[in-house]
Design a protein around this ligand. Structure first.
Ligand code: UD1
Length: 384
């Protein structure tokens, strides 16, 4: 049996790891070990996703929680290194671009060079050789180094042994950075495996009845990026524009903890709550959230994953960011990048696309990515 560590930390990781966990469980040669670093710790930011996605309790919980970037990254490295010395896996899978993606990669990469150091091991055991490191969702680049995620992507991709990319632009980015082409394996978009796994439940979910909205009659809004929600005057303007949009269409806004904290601090939450057409919700579980998305007229977001999910489903999406690491979503025509001072105008235009958009066909975005990742892991381990 090969032991394979799967790292999860924050909400967007869970739907990427779940299909792989299930696929590895179903083969006879893999022992997947689920490790939660604890970056997202609330019931509705973490536990409910485990339930929806059929994931068991994590085998190991590092309990790191929030903190500054250095605190999160450093703590994950320290705690994960201890795990590595206790139970060195054969393979480590990191996903996406959160702080733990980079931190676990760094810890696993350097564990080899510490193998003669007793002080690094809580048990006093010496490490066997370091695990093979695979990065799932590799090669994405926004070319904006002010984004913490971009730093995590660059560091992780420069160290990992195998780079599983979702789309051709990922392959191109890695090649242009001088990555050995033999390390790059295009596998497609694993997040959509989760969608297909739960499609029936998503389509029969009754959240719309609960909040009294009709299909096609509302917009979904999600916002959490520090560049948008941490700056007072930007958040004020965002709220003002959302209130204007809500004069024309209902808005359903599940609020991320970072955004809620700032709205409360700047006294803006009540501005949204007081509008009859704005429905503020707690963060939603995966099935309920995707049910809101498949039935909406359009989405306004600054998330990464939602740009891809809306492209796959053919739903118009406005992304309030100056750039995207997922350019294929813009090329396919579903996603439009915008700014805080023009998204209201574009919302009017994009809503007309509602009827005409069709689900997009992108090579290997087919709900079968986890099988290709398992195949790649098997090939690497057998060839060792
Ligand atoms: C992180 C990721 C980001 C991802 C996002 C999805 C990094 C650098 N960022 O950002 O890429 O898009 O997750 O949500 O890794 N909090 C809670 N409860 C929770 C989780 C967080 O109250 O369960 C609070 C934290 O204490 C903090 C804030 O929400 O004040 C933000 O959490 P943080 O971990 O800093 O990152 P995100 O903004 O969620």
């Amino acid at each position: 049996m090969w032991t394979i560590h799967l790292i999860v930390a924050a909400r967007p990781n869970f739907m990427k790891v779940a299909p792989l966990y299930h696929a590895l469980k179903s083969v006879g040669w893999a022992n997947p070990v689920l490790i939660h670093t604890g970056q997202h710790y609330d019931l509705n930011m973490s536990d409910v996703f485990f339930q929806d996605l059929g994931l068991p309790e994590p085998d190991i919980h590092l309990g790191i929680g929030g903190g500054t970037h250095a605190e999160q990254t450093g703590s994950v490295m320290i705690e994960y290194e201890k795990i590595l010395y206790e139970t060195m896996p054969d393979f480590l899978v990191v996903v996406g671009d959160v702080n733990a993606t980079m931190a676990c990669t760094l810890a696993a990469m350097k564990v080899t060079y510490n193998q003669h150091s007793h002080s690094a091991s809580s048990s006093g055991k010496l490490a066997k050789t370091r695990p093979v490191i695979g990065h799932l969702e590799a090669g994405l680049r926004s070319f904006d180094r002010s984004m913490p995620e971009e730093i995590n992507r660059i560091v992780t991709d420069s160290l990992a042994d195998v780079l599983w990319t979702p789309s051709p632009d990922g392959d191109d980015n890695l090649r242009s950075e001088g990555v050995d082409p033999d390390k790059i394996v295009r596998v497609g978009n694993i997040m959509l495996d989760s969608f297909e796994m739960l499609r029936n439940k998503i389509e029969s979910e009754s959240v719309l009845d609960e909040i009294r909205l009709d299909p096609g009659s509302y917009a979904v809004v999600t916002l959490h990026r520090p560049a948008n929600v941490d700056v007072k005057h930007k958040l004020e303007l965002l709220c003002k524009e959302l209130v204007e949009i809500a004069n024309d269409i209902s808005i359903c806004f599940p609020i991320h903890p970072r955004t809620k904290k700032n709205l409360l601090q700047y006294d803006l939450l009540s501005v949204l709550e007081q509008h009859d057409n704005i429905i503020i919700l707690e963060p939603q579980n995966y099935i309920r959230f995707m049910s809101l998305v498949i039935n909406c007229q359009y989405v306004i977001t600054d998330s990464g994953g939602i740009q891809e999910e809306t492209t796959y489903l053919g739903i118009p999406c406005l992304t309030i960011r100056p750039n995207t690491e997922r350019p294929i979503t813009v090329e396919m025509g579903t996603n439009v990048l915008c700014e805080i001072d023009n998204f209201r105008e574009l919302a009017g235009e994009i809503s007309n696309k509602y009827e005409s958009n069709k689900p997009q066909v992108i090579d290997l975005w087919d709900g079968k990515t986890s099988g290709r990742v398992v195949e790649s892991i098997n090939k690497i381990l057998m060839g060792r």
